[in-house]
Write a protein that binds this ligand. Structure first.
Ligand SMILES: [Zn+2]
Length: 443
């Protein structure tokens, strides 16, 4: 499956970690090793656009979570880093920790929370190869303090957008939720003694996401900054996206697998607490429609390797997020390809091609054209397997898909020519993953 070309029958020649040739099937290539895909489909390796490593086990997450992700066909994992200071000290440490442990390639997004971080943005682009920055509209005030995040007010967002736009080739990743409204809705629910997953959703209705998307797009237009909405969750938010798309052209949008499968009535209860919150069936189906019609460009999982023990406290204190990278592709194949007619071409776009283009990794990643990194996943579309967290190798000990049978599983994952996973077993060496500097031409 080659994005822009569609499904082609071919033999893939790989040399020095790159795709070196695309030939007619059956053509004899002088090769040290031959892998027979056995009539299965080869897709560009999955690029997970949204994960939070170092929040489970601070250092070992780079090993466990990338290993777990490789089981699911992920070949590059973006993780959000954040700190209350400049990134100069943090970057070399995290890069080294990643490169000495990771099984797949890793790239960073940085959170922008402080004025001084905005002032030093140039170094992030030029020295650290980071060109995407997260703006936490949702974590102001009490919720921000609980997360250890200084959320961004509109002033910081405006200045940050200006600076990203000024650097060029960058993108502002926005967590869009209006926490000031959310904070006014919580007290009544808490006072009523509510302690369930649906209460979390009722405190953060879809319109609070939609309003913030509207504001982010507005400031994006004002400053000329490309805006990428992370984890879109609601039909109301999608409606705003479509309005802007019609009036102003493309705005980048990501959703996550859990919004495509789960609702506020999920049987997993508190384990499925996320921000934004899970929503209703009509939101879920609207998001599938958004993927089909191109309003939504990428799918991630907001993977955080929390444990059950961490999650099973009061719904108001339980940390938002759960693991997901390992099942990203299977969910799209099972629920998208098999159940809703989402094409394989589309799946390759939303799991790899679009992500690579939006985050300046293309054409090194995101495709299987000659010259690209040989990052790929072979999928058996008919293979059915039951999800069991204990087999997923994560630091976390649960999956919101526990016990579910998904149809369509990766059977081989390759990163830069190295087989990392074969038939469900990790074979790739720890520390093979590299930190990926994004393309940036000094402006
Ligand atoms: Zn996140």
């Amino acid at each position: 499956m080659i994005p822009t070309q569609g499904i082609v029958e071919a033999a893939l020649g790989i040399k020095d970690g790159k795709v070196a040739a695309l030939l007619d099937p059956g053509v004899d290539l002088p090769a040290g090793k031959v892998i027979d895909a056995g009539g299965n489909h080869i897709l560009p390796g999955v690029i997970e656009p949204h994960s939070h490593l170092a929040l489970g086990n601070r250092v070992e997450d780079f090993a466990t979570e990338t290993k777990s992700a490789a089981l699911g066909g992920v070949t590059t994992m973006f993780t959000y880093l954040r700190r209350q200071g400049l990134y100069d000290e943090m970057f070399p440490v995290m890069k080294e920790e990643a490169e000495s442990r990771a099984y797949v390639d890793v790239a960073f997004h940085f959170g922008l929370m402080l004025s001084e971080q905005v002032d030093h943005l140039r170094r992030c682009f030029e020295d650290y190869g980071v060109s995407s920055f997260k703006f936490f509209m949702a974590y102001k005030g009490e919720e921000g303090r609980a997360m250890g995040i200084i959320g961004c007010d509109d002033g910081l967002m405006y200045r940050g957008f200006q600076q990203v736009a000024h650097m060029g080739q960058g993108v502002a990743c926005v967590h869009a939720e209006n926490v000031e409204i959310i904070d006014t809705l919580k007290p009544a629910l808490r006072a009523a003694g509510r302690d369930d997953l649906a209460a979390w959703s009722e405190a953060r209705p879809g319109f609070t996401e939609a309003e913030s998307i509207q504001r982010a797009f507005f400031l994006g237009r004002e400053t000329g900054c490309p805006v990428y909405i992370v984890h879109l969750s609601s039909a109301a938010g999608l409606e705003i996206v479509r309005e802007w798309r019609q009036k102003e052209g493309v705005r980048y949008v990501e959703t996550c697998t859990h919004y495509l499968t789960h609702t506020l009535r999920a049987k997993e209860g508190k384990l499925a607490k996320a921000n934004p919150a899970l929503r209703h069936e009509q939101d879920r189906e609207a998001l599938w429609q958004g993927l089909k019609d191109g309003s939504i460009h990428t799918v991630g999982t907001d993977h955080v390797p929390f444990t059950k023990t961490q999650k099973m406290v009061s719904i108001w204190d339980s940390p938002p997020g759960f693991p997901g990278s390992t099942t990203l592709l299977q969910v799209l194949l099972s629920e998208g390809y098999h159940k809703r007619g989402l094409s394989l071409e589309k799946i390759a776009e939303i799991t790899s091609f679009n992500t690579a283009r939006i985050f300046n990794l293309y054409p090194r990643k995101g495709t299987l054209q000659v010259g690209a990194d040989a990052d790929l996943v072979i999928v058996d579309l008919e293979l059915e397997r039951q999800v069991q967290a204990k087999n997923l190798l994560s630091y976390s000990d649960f999956s919101i898909y526990e016990g579910e049978i998904l149809k369509g599983w990766p059977i081989l994952t390759m990163v830069r020519g190295q087989v990392v996973m074969e038939k469900g077993e990790i074979v790739g060496p720890r520390g093979f993953g590299r930190y990926i500097y994004r393309n940036y031409t000094r402006g």
